[in-house]
Design a protein. Structure first.
Length: 366
């Protein structure tokens, strides 16, 4: 072998050793990231659910369905004993990564675990996430097996760490945001500085963003409020995608202790790996056709009443899962009949307008 050939061979071996070293470094970095992820996820409140208590109806196919609960928690409670002011169903198409978000009106009259009928948000208060999930499965023929719960303080902190968000609002909404901000700031331990009362886009901090999401005394009432909640959630998701690692790290440290979930660490890391691929394609409120009533038999107070629950559920399955041939179960039909008996509200009743500008169009809601 010539001298020149030996030199070439040594260079080749050095390049090979360098390539192996580079590969080892990459693997080490990946292991560090995964290990760091496990360390951070340890801050979450993980809860193992009893699947027999969830009343899952049947498999909806290639979809991951998740219940999201925003809690009216003043002292950090996550496991029950508090009302779920925000109830959302998130459906992820595992084949396309399309995400659909449906807000369930919290005052909707639905069947509870013991067979009685009460507002949807009372289930979490009575039995925590298990009872709240079973309410959604029982009344809507769903197969939800996992959840995430967060109190409003966590959302305030997230928005502040992201540097605030831009919200389009009316002067009436700005005025109400200032009013709600007083209590929100007190609960979150934040300073409250009023925003300008005007029409247009405003850059708001966490206190005023959450206050905006809590407004229910404008045109559209609670129906409009659920849309505001979806707007804020979407704005936060958009801002988080643009955040740097330091900001995301600070969010994890601040917020994870205020979150309860049934997802495993493996599940959470899987979601994190796909986060940039998810696309929100549809938002809306549920039930699609509703009215209100303060004369519910043997009940006090005002309720949101679905006009033909079974038909609303059929439209939900068409919209979320493209199940054109789906027919509501006997259980859902029996619940529909009980609601008609209690309220006198049946098919043909005049429905409220629950579709607002800004929601992604939902064919099922027509």
């Amino acid at each position: 072998m010539t001298l020149d050939e030996r030199r070439k061979q040594r260079k080749k071996r050095r390049r090979k050793r360098f390539a192996i070293l580079a590969l080892e470094i990459v693997i080490l970095l990946l292991l560090c990231v995964v290990g760091y992820g496990f360390l951070k996820l340890g801050k979450l409140d993980f809860k193992v659910l009893d699947e027999e208590k969830l009343e899952a109806y049947r498999d909806t196919g290639p979809y991951t369905n998740i219940a999201l609960f925003g809690l009216d928690s003043r002292n950090g409670e996550l496991e029950g004993g508090v009302q779920s002011d925000c109830i959302m169903i998130v459906s992820i198409n595992n084949e396309t990564n399309d995400v659909k978000l449906l807000s369930v009106y919290r005052d909707t009259l639905l069947q509870q675990k013991n067979g009685t009928y009460e507002k949807a948000n009372s289930a979490y208060n009575r039995g925590g996430p298990e009872e709240a999930i079973s309410l959604l499965n029982r009344n809507f023929d769903l197969d939800i097996r996992n959840y995430m719960s967060v109190n409003f303080t966590a959302l305030v902190n997230v928005i502040d760490l992201l540097g605030g968000i831009d919200l389009e609002m009316t002067s009436e909404e700005a005025d109400w945001s200032n009013r709600y901000a007083v209590e929100t700031a007190e609960v979150a331990g934040k300073e409250c500085i009023n925003i300008e009362v005007k029409d247009g886009t405003q850059h708001v901090d966490g206190v005023h963003a959450v206050a905006f999401a809590r407004i229910r005394y404008t045109e559209g009432y609670d129906f409009k409020r659920t849309q505001r909640q979806r707007i804020v959630l979407n704005k936060v998701a958009e801002k988080a995608k643009e955040a740097n690692l330091l900001t995301l790290n600070n969010i994890v440290d601040e917020v994870f202790p205020l979150v309860s979930t049934s997802f495993s660490v493996k599940d959470m890391l899987g979601f994190a790996a796909n986060i940039l691929d998810y696309e929100l394609v549809e938002t809306g409120g549920f039930p699609y056709q509703v009215t209100t009533s303060d004369t519910v038999r043997d009940h006090n107070g005002a309720y949101v009443v679905p006009i033909d629950l079974a038909e609303n559920v059929r439209q939900m399955h068409q919209s979320l899962f493209a199940e054109e041939s789906y027919e509501p179960s006997k259980k859902v039909c029996d619940i529909r009949d009980a609601i008609i008996y209690l309220t006198g509200v049946s098919e043909g009743a005049e429905a409220y307008n629950t579709m607002f500008e800004g929601d992604v169009h939902n064919e099922g809601a027509q």
